[in-house]
Design a protein around this ligand. Structure first.
Ligand code: FMN
Length: 209
């Protein structure tokens, strides 16, 4: 494909306001109001996110809720200094992680595949690659679900994932992926978002066999 396709000819099954909220107008946010984000807000987003597909329904995403200056300082030790102001600006930060021990839930998650949990437990390299890939997929669903729950997000990287895991996830098989600052965006404030950058066109990123 080399030319722009006429997507206007294909009606969406969601209304324009929803398409804008979830995708076209959704922005990465760096400045937030003081308005509280409760555990219920996050759980409401999780309740949407969890229905997104994963390989064999392994559902490996886990999240740590980080609130308050002391906890945020502990988290900041594992992130780049340039991200610290954004982390502290948010009422809440999520650390998204892949649980490489996802096999313990497989009897419940995949009753159609008896013994599959033992299979993953005996193959740590497979569990690692499947766990990280599927948890990252779920992390993308989570961002969209948080937006559907009326929240704004600012995803950020982790500079010392091993250090973070050894500290915050000690005694578990959780492996951190990235963090997401969550809150309500401050409207029309300098620095709240970057200027919107372009996205690639479908014909630039696809081929047809
Ligand atoms: C996994 C991930 C890691 C990111 N890491 C950082 C980061 O470390 N610092 C930062 O300021 N922004 C970070 N971002 C934000 C991206 O730069 C931003 O989402 C992207 O440019 C799109 O911006 P927009 O949603 O406003 O269009 C990250 C985003 C994602 C999804």
């Amino acid at each position: 494909m080399t030319t722009t396709l006429d997507t206007a000819a294909v009606p969406l099954t969601i209304d324009d306001a929803t398409a804008d909220l979830l995708f076209r107008e959704a922005r990465t946010v760096k400045r937030f109001t003081d308005e509280e984000v409760t555990d219920e807000h996050i759980a409401a987003a999780y309740d949407l996110m969890r229905w997104g597909p994963t390989s064999m329904n392994i559902s490996p995403l886990r999240y740590l809720v980080v609130r308050g200056t002391e906890a945020k300082d502990r988290l900041c030790a594992y992130t780049m200094e340039g991200n610290h102001a954004g982390i502290h600006a948010a009422p809440l930060t999520l650390v998204l992680a892949a649980d490489l021990d996802f096999h313990v839930h497989m009897d419940r998650l995949a009753p159609h595949a008896p013994g599959i949990g033992d299979h993953f437990a005996s193959q740590p390299a497979l569990a690692d690659s499947m766990g990280r890939m599927n948890a990252t997929l779920q992390a993308g669903y989570f961002i969209t679900a948080l937006r559907a729950a009326g929240l704004q997000v600012g995803p950020m990287g982790i500079s010392d994932a091993e250090g973070l895991d050894a500290d915050l996830f000690a005694g578990t098989a959780w492996k951190s992926l990235f963090i997401v600052n969550v809150g309500h965006a401050v409207a029309d404030v300098e620095g709240a978002t970057h200027p919107r950058a372009a996205r690639l066109e479908s014909h630039e990123v696809s081929r047809v066999l």
